[in-house]
Design a protein around this ligand. Structure first.
Ligand SMILES: *[C@@H]1O[C@H](CO)[C@@H](O)[C@H](O)[C@H]1NC(C)=O
Length: 463
């Protein structure tokens, strides 16, 4: 993904009780993580593991003695003038996942649905972001190098401009719980970071991000940077997978140039552009879309398989992709825009070739390329599932023409068939497609080729 993952966009409850961030554990509403089972696989087979998901802390009501710590885009100076005191004062409350946030699991507890617009008791919620847990206090840490990750997706109800995303970020296993200024921890979804170094994260490492807070943009002085591996950014029209390495391990609380903001985009510690593999952008416009005319028919569910090739001890060499639909293994589209035999997977050479062809600055190589991404996969990353719209650039970088000031005929500008313009604005999308939703199911991780027999389970049959 190339642009800020929704500071304003992952917005939230609008009126009475604005969503807020967290550091102490709340006591007014109990927090019950929706259970979500996943499969761990080896060549000998797959085993179910009980997991769960937790809503990010930024969405939650943050209160002290029943009073908002954060309201109408700003902090209450009475309790939040000091970042550490603010964190100690304010408690994140439990979430009513289905009624308030439109987050639910099926009766088998192996499928998660995220709804776009949910009208709740306190106003309307737009989108959500949840993390996968292996206990009620810890995020599951995935180590994906020389492994594969797969899941089933249903994107049939995701229009242009809306993004159902599955990705990994190098968050702390306990969300920087420290027993003092952060007693909420992973239990309440703290500790988010990504390669865009978002400034809207309300608490970073146990301190409120209240310094220089701008209520208009709801962003603070500091950003939360960490490596990010986008497995799946998609709607029914377009899809991309994208490694975003950073030059520092774990979460870096950035300040100034290290954040890589605005015209310092390439001076920060993370590769914000990444090296995206977008089938449409790379030349195959009939590969992915709704209906039987497409190789992957997005009007029906399918499995997405991503393989991180490389040895356990060596560098990450290649990120492969294939799909499984209707009982058939579907190889990834070819990067025909780069010339014949340019491959159908992310490698350092494909990335360099793509940046040259599209006239993009190659920050991916400068930030260490696949080797640096592999280092983050080795240290371990947290699984994020989200649904969002994009107030910054209307998701044009995923499914339409971007940048908008260049002719659509310039190689790399067209990323999908969406018209863009007014029809991709959050305002239009929220009122026109409030019932948009995405379903993620059957999350699997294991050695290379081990999840294949278990992909796209439909009616009990396996591929
Ligand atoms: C995985 O399966 C593919 C296709 O059958 C095969 O080419 C490849 O060698 C396999 N990889 C491993 C590590 O077993």
């Amino acid at each position: 993904m190339e642009f800020a993952r929704g500071s304003l966009t992952l917005l939230l409850l609008s009126s009475v009780a604005p969503p807020v961030a967290s550091q102490q554990a709340g006591s007014l509403t109990p927090e019950a993580h929706p259970p979500l089972w996943s499969l761990d696989c080896t060549a000998r087979g797959c085993w179910w593991e009980r997991g769960s998901v937790v809503l990010d802390a930024n969405w939650r009501w943050l209160q002290k003695d029943g009073k908002n710590c954060y309201k109408d885009g700003d902090w209450d100076p009475a309790v939040c003038s000091d970042p550490i005191q603010c964190a100690k004062n304010c408690a994140a409350e439990g979430a009513d996942y289905a009624a308030t946030y439109g987050i639910s699991v099926n009766r088998w507890q192996d499928a998660l649905t995220l709804k776009f617009v949910t009208q709740g008791e306190y106003g309307s919620n737009v989108g959500s972001r949840v993390y996968f847990m292996d206990s009620d206090e810890t995020y599951k840490i995935f180590k994906l190098k020389n492994r594969e990750f797969s899941l089933d997706v249903d994107v049939s109800k995701l229009p242009c401009g809306v993004n159902g995303a599955v990705y990994f970020v190098e968050m702390d296993k306990r969300g920087h719980w420290n027993g003092r200024s952060n007693t909420a921890g992973a239990t309440y979804g703290t500790g988010y970071c990504d390669a865009q170094c978002p400034h809207d994260v309300k608490f970073i490492k146990g301190a409120a991000n209240s310094k220089d807070w701008d209520p208009k943009t709801a962003t603070g002085r500091y950003g939360a940077c960490c490596a990010e591996m986008d497995i799946w950014e998609a709607n029914s029209q377009s899809t991309a997978y994208t490694p975003h390495p950073c030059t520092q391990p774990g979460l870096t609380k950035c300040d100034g140039v290290t954040c890589g903001d605005a015209d310092q985009r390439y001076d920060g510690i993370c590769d914000k552009d990444g090296c995206d593999y977008n089938s449409y952008r790379l030349g195959d416009r009939d590969y992915y879309g709704p209906g039987p005319g497409f190789t992957v028919d997005t009007s029906k569910p399918f499995s997405v398989v991503t393989q991180f090739d490389g040895t356990d001890s060596g560098d990450l060499a290649e990120i492969k992709r294939f799909y499984v639909q209707g009982g058939q293994v579907v190889p990834n589209s070819e990067s025909s825009i780069l010339g014949r035999n340019s491959g159908n997977s992310v490698t350092d050479s494909l990335c360099a070739k793509q940046k040259t062809k599209f006239g993009d600055l190659d920050d991916f190589t400068r930030k260490g390329g696949l080797a640096e991404m592999g280092a983050a996969l080795d240290r371990g990353m947290v699984l994020v599932l989200s649904l969002w719209d994009d107030a910054a650039v209307n998701m044009l970088w995923l499914d339409s023409a971007y940048p908008t000031d260049q002719p659509k005929t310039t190689p790399g500008v067209l990323r999908g068939p969406c018209p863009g313009g007014k029809q991709s604005t959050p305002e239009y999308l929220r009122s026109t497609y409030p019932d948009a939703q995405v379903e993620f199911s059957y999350i699997k991780v294991g050695t290379i080729n081990s999840t294949l027999p278990y992909n796209r389970r439909l009616g009990g049959s396996y591929v």
